[in-house]
Design a protein around this ligand. Structure first.
Ligand code: ADQ
Length: 471
């Protein structure tokens, strides 16, 4: 590929997916359109401080696509074949690393051919980054699918400043060391100059692991740096935020107020609306939350004539076995709740197993009195922050798992241990019956926490800190 069609950029972002999707909604030939999401919101404003930037990622399809430009951003697609996807994405990324890092009852599987596929695809991303980054440039690699990339990139481009950010939890070394490829996976991240994690605990786990594996030594006491040969690697927390203004303004839009009012009316004007919004993922604790609601109905503590729940579950990884099983369990629980407690025309749980439009999501956040965020383990959880941003009138209550990264900042939520079903029931009741002054006081504190960590500042802070590191 000539450098004319592939100019080098001072900033290269490497993520599993490109921030675009193919659309033929216009009935024409089709085109790439931006697909908004948390990562674009967080990285976008930081990108604009560089002369130019390239984003390397997978399109989601099998076809080779030439690099192209969209809204000033250079996009460099990585092609992944169907069989390669099974090894790299379904296998090693989502069958090994995802369950292991989330410390969840779905056992992580270890397969040599998955790891080989993972390594091959990581190499492909690293080569793309090596070919597109300008001399002395900055490369920012994202997430667990691309853990080997920083190390691979450093081998061929020691001139680069390399950052890595892990969006999901990083497990305690005691769990991580079960991985047959533990040295390689840890050394991959150590190829970065700055390794960012969602929480201080995750960063500490990583530093401890690197030392335990003999790949690094602790730096100065009390510092978050570790020494790797003649290099220093900083490993610390950068809790990700949301685009607060975007959510607040959408929430305050009179059209959202109308939609929320209409939504409550369509639900039969219940006294209390409970809401869950998640990817349909076994780490999110959707099943345990439904079980708690079912038991509260059985106990008679929740009145199905007064309480209604909306559960939105975005389809996700639906060709992976554990996700199919979860879907069946969620279907079954909702069927049981509605079978036992609904009246004709008034289901107790309204279940949406679909993507929902942003406007609709905002109306739900505005309509919900209680937001249930109960993951067994979550890197951060943006839904919790989005709900808080939407509650500009200081109403509403957030029930939040203490094992979500968000709990570090949002300690004024009603915190729950998702493994403790009685505790979860008590937390839901507490949130449902919270007096307005108390709800107000908590929401005020929650909002301050969300507002003080905006997505754009997050990206800028990470890149500014990376820029400060002497290389
Ligand atoms: P996720 O596991 O995807 O992210 P989360 O942080 O909650 O989890 O983000 C989900 C996003 O998808 C939210 O912005 C939410 O509004 C949106 N969403 C959910 N359901 C939807 C639906 N049905 N339709 C449309 N949009 C929907 C990973 C990590 C998290 C970490 C983020 C960011 O697992 O822990 O917070 O990355 O780093």
């Amino acid at each position: 590929m000539s450098t004319d069609t592939n100019p080098r950029s001072p900033l290269v972002v490497v993520a599993n997916r490109l921030p675009v999707r193919w659309s033929d909604d216009d009935g024409g030939e089709g085109s790439w359109i931006p697909s908004p999401g948390g990562l674009v919101a967080a990285v976008g404003p930081a990108i604009s401080t560089f002369d130019s930037a390239t984003w390397i990622g997978w399109t989601g399809g099998e076809d080779e696509v030439e690099p192209f430009e969209l809204e000033g951003l250079r996009l460099h697609p990585v092609a992944i074949g169907a069989e390669e996807k099974v090894l790299f994405y379904d296998g090693m990324s989502n069958g090994t690393l995802w369950p292991l890092y989330h410390d969840k009852a779905v056992p992580a599987e270890f397969h040599r051919h998955w790891f080989e596929g993972y390594r091959r695809i990581n190499r492909r991303y690293a080569e793309a980054a090596a070919a597109t980054a300008a001399e002395g440039g900055t490369v920012w690699v994202h997430d667990y699918q691309l853990q080997l990339v920083p190390g691979m990139l450093r081998e061929v481009r020691p001139d680069l400043r390399i950052g890595y950010f892990l969006h999901i939890p990083f497990p305690p070394p005691e769990l991580f060391v079960a991985l047959p490829w533990r040295e390689q996976l840890a050394a991959g991240i150590l190829g970065a100059d700055l390794a960012g994690f969602q929480t201080p605990d995750a960063a500490a786990n990583f530093r401890r692991l690197a030392v335990r594996l003999g790949l690094a030594e602790y730096g100065e006491e009390g510092s978050d740096t570790i020494i790797v040969g003649d290099r220093t690697v900083k490993a610390c927390a950068y809790p990700i935020g949301i685009d607060v203004e975007h959510y607040e303004q959408a929430a305050m839009d009179p059209a959202t107020t109308d939609r929320a009012r209409d939504l409550r009316a369509r639900l039969g004007a219940p006294q209390t609306v409970l809401l869950g919004v998640d990817r349909l993922d076994y780490t999110k604790g959707i099943d345990v939350r439904l079980r708690a609601v079912l038991e509260l109905l059985e106990d008679g503590t929740l009145d199905p004539g007064r309480v209604t729940m909306i559960q939105v579950a975005q389809p996700s990884r639906d060709d992976v076995e554990a996700y199919i099983t979860l879907r069946e369990e969620v279907d079954r629980l909702i069927g049981q709740i509605n079978g036992d407690y609904a009246r004709v025309g008034f289901p107790v749980v309204h279940y949406i197993h679909q993507d929902v439009e942003f406007d609709e999501l905002m109306a739900m956040y505005r309509a919900a009195d209680v937001m249930l965020v109960t993951p067994f383990r979550d890197g951060m959880n943006l839904v919790a922050k989005e709900y808080v941003a939407a509650r500009y009138d200081l109403t509403g209550a957030l029930v939040l798992s203490e094992f979500a990264g968000a709990a570090t900042e949002l300690s004024d939520a009603v915190l729950v241990n998702p493994y403790d079903i009685d505790g979860m029931k008590a937390a839901i009741l507490r949130a449902v019956s919270m007096e307005p002054p108390q709800a107000r006081e908590r929401m005020e504190k929650l909002r301050r926490a969300v507002q003080s960590n905006d997505a754009s500042e997050w990206g800028q802070r990470f890149l500014a800190d990376l820029g400060q590191i002497p290389i």
